[in-house]
Write a protein that binds this ligand. Structure first.
Ligand code: ZN
Length: 262
């Protein structure tokens, strides 16, 4: 087969998959989308588990280390400088906007995200429809009393030379309101994610490799309930064999194409 023919076959294959996915979405009125790093990388935020990631030079600080070691907290704030700038500069992309289009057409029950960059909210979702499994980088939180405060103010303190910032209310350690490795997810957030998954009539995975729990168990729950599953991710996932449609292309290309077909 010539190179041209191979390319055409590949394109036809994708068109076919888009058509099949759009058909499922057309029938659905309660879609739940689970989004992962793959949607944010297209907005310039690196996937911190991928090769070449800024995180690999220095492994991410675990929650246990953050709580017990001053040097881990120092490393945490040092490594965040880079990430904070990237998150602040990032803007929603076509995939984020396509999910908002689904919401406006009253086909979307909610977005459950593994990302903490706030780009879904920036794209225009009703805030209550975005479930942030791993917290948000847009606020600071006390590790002891849980009080939320301004991340911008906290960063100012760090930049001004404060090494180990503490909560003014209780003296607990402060960090961004994101979930660190080894840190338990808030019970109410996880419960809401499970509830949405129970209620949905189509589960759409967008840019998640489905390797991190508890996010990865949500599509499994949907499958268990006989709910159609569509996976859009540039790389294979462990659930590809069980999904109704798998599209291995950029989410920023696929999602608007799907919305256009509805
Ligand atoms: Zn506190």
């Amino acid at each position: 087969m010539s190179e041209e023919q191979t390319c055409l076959t590949a394109t036809t294959n994708v068109q076919e998959k888009l058509k099949n996915a759009a058909e499922l979405m057309r029938e659905a009125t309660k879609i739940v989308a689970l989004t992962g790093a793959g949607i944010s990388t297209e907005s310039g935020i690196p996937d911190f588990r991928s090769p070449g990631s800024i995180w690999l030079a220095e492994p991410p600080v675990s929650y246990q280390d953050f709580i017990s070691k001053p040097e881990a907290r120092e490393q945490y704030w040092r490594s965040r400088r880079n990430l904070s700038a990237l998150v602040a500069a990032a803007r929603p992309n076509d995939a984020h906007r396509a999910l908002v289009a689904l919401e406006r057409r009253q086909k979307l029950l909610g977005v459950i995200t593994q990302n903490f960059d706030g780009l879904h909210q920036d794209a225009g979702h009703a805030p209550e429809n975005v479930i942030e499994l791993h917290g948000t980088a847009r606020e600071a939180a006390c590790t002891l009393c849980g009080a939320r405060s301004s991340i911008a103010d906290l960063q100012q303190r760090i930049y001004a030379g404060e090494i180990d910032p503490r909560c003014e209310l209780c003296g607990g350690f402060l960090k961004s309101a994101t979930i660190l490795f080894g840190q338990r997810l808030p019970v109410d957030v996880l419960a809401r994610a499970k509830e949405l998954t129970e209620q949905c009539d189509l589960f759409l995975v967008v840019g998640s490799s489905l390797k991190v729990n508890p996010a990865a168990m949500l599509p499994r729950k949907a499958l268990h309930n006989d709910i159609p599953l569509i996976i859009v991710n540039i790389q294979p996932t462990p659930l590809d064999a069980y999904a109704d449609v798998v599209i291995q292309e950029k989410v920023g290309d696929v999602l608007p194409a799907l919305v256009a077909l509805l």
